[in-house]
Ligand binder design. Structure first.
Ligand SMILES: NC(=O)c1ccc[n+]([C@@H]2O[C@H](COP(=O)([O-])OP(=O)(O)OC[C@H]3O[C@@H](n4cnc5c(N)ncnc54)[C@H](OP(=O)(O)O)[C@@H]3O)[C@@H](O)[C@H]2O)c1
Length: 325
């Protein structure tokens, strides 16, 4: 990063995009170097609008954190929107970046790109080795296409135009800016809300779906932002040495998983809920384990910094500030 960079953060009002903006501002980037547009001001699904925005603003670096994102229910209900919007956003931004001379771009994917039965922990080379989880297949296919867009532009225009488009695949994220919707949120924000409401209403029991034994990995969103900036700024020879032209993405995880029961107990502790936590074993458990293998990124010199307890404390403060706003 230097003082000449003009950095476009796409999706700057989302959980990850806002964390990237915070991180850049905390690490020497001036506010005037960061370009943002709300969804209302610029719909990234519209090719012409995107091309004219790039032609006018001429960014030099792009963090592509804009996407249509949602849980299982939303993915199942709106599969057409998930595949179409994500394909369009990526294709428009990546092609406009190329046509406007942008050399550096970072695309954010997701761990759902890996096959449902990928060996655990999931390595980057598990990509395209098996059948995807059916509930979010359209979203995952769009994310895989995003990786392949970056790789294809690199392969065709890397040598001639200096194009260097990279991809990172985050594990489950949590933290400030998360969605705490009662029905439509991920595990951590939904448990934060449930334990908080149980504390306020003095409910004696909170019942968690399933046995509590499945294990999941959670990464604090500020760690994700730090990893994104780290990968964007790795020297090209280093990035090239640890990736290959058609297997170029990098996993970003915390490196350890926890059982749902441990996560629930920790959230209860953070929230100050003193009632009983039980498990409704009549409800399904889902995949027993989902953990990323982040050794490629660790070898490149980056490690997550925020332990779960600390991250959850900060996430709970964020939740409290949202409900009092
Ligand atoms: N959250 C996670 O646990 C997680 C895990 C793995 C990967 N990721 C990836 O990280 C990236 C960011 O996720 P997030 O959690 O930050 O999502 P988010 O909070 O939903 O933010 C996404 C942002 O993109 C914007 N956006 C969506 N469609 C747009 C369009 N057509 N034009 C312009 N802006 C548009 C949204 O604006 P509006 O809200 O106004 O539409 C929103 O600000 C995504 O690629 C996601 O797949 C997230």
């Amino acid at each position: 990063m230097n003082q000449e960079d003009k950095i476009y953060v796409a999706g700057h009002r989302g959980m990850v995009g806002s964390a990237i903006v915070r991180y850049l501002l905390d690490h020497g980037i001036q506010p005037k170097q960061i370009i943002t547009r709300t969804h209302a001001d610029l719909d990234l699904g519209h090719q012409e609008e995107v091309q004219s925005f790039f032609a006018k603003e001429k960014p030099t670096q792009i963090y592509l954190a804009a996407a249509k994102v949602g849980g299982i229910h939303a993915n199942n209900t709106y599969p057409a929107e998930f595949i179409y919007n994500n394909l369009m956003i990526q294709a428009n931004v990546i092609d406009a970046a190329f046509k406007n001379g942008v050399k550096k771009l970072l695309f954010l994917g997701s761990s759902c790109i890996y096959p449902k039965l990928a060996p655990q922990p999931m390595r980057e080379d598990a990509l395209l080795t098996g059948t995807l989880e059916s509930t979010n297949e359209p979203y995952a296919i769009a994310k895989i296409a995003g990786i392949k867009l970056c790789e294809s532009y690199n392969r065709q225009y890397g040598a001639s135009h200096g194009v260097d488009y990279r991809s990172v695949m985050p594990t489950n994220l949590y933290g400030p800016g998360d969605n705490y919707h009662p029905e439509n949120s991920h595990v951590i924000p939904s448990l934060i809300r449930r334990f908080h409401e149980a504390k306020v209403s003095q409910s004696p029991i909170v019942a968690i779906w399933g046995t509590g034994t499945p294990k999941r990995e959670f990464l604090y969103v500020d760690d994700m932002a730090a990893a994104s900036v780290y990968v964007m700024n790795l020297p090209k020879p280093t990035y090239d040495q640890h990736t290959s032209p058609m297997l170029s993405h990098i996993n970003v995880g915390y490196g350890q998983d926890v059982s749902i029961a441990e996560a629930a107990q920790t959230i209860a502790q953070v929230v100050g809920y003193t009632g009983e936590v039980t498990f409704d074993t009549s409800k399904p458990d889902g995949t027993p384990r989902k953990l990323m293998d982040s050794s490629r990124l660790n070898t490149l010199g980056w490690q997550a910094q925020v332990p779960l307890l600390k991250g959850l404390n900060q996430a709970y403060q964020d939740f409290l500030s949202k409900i009092s706003a």
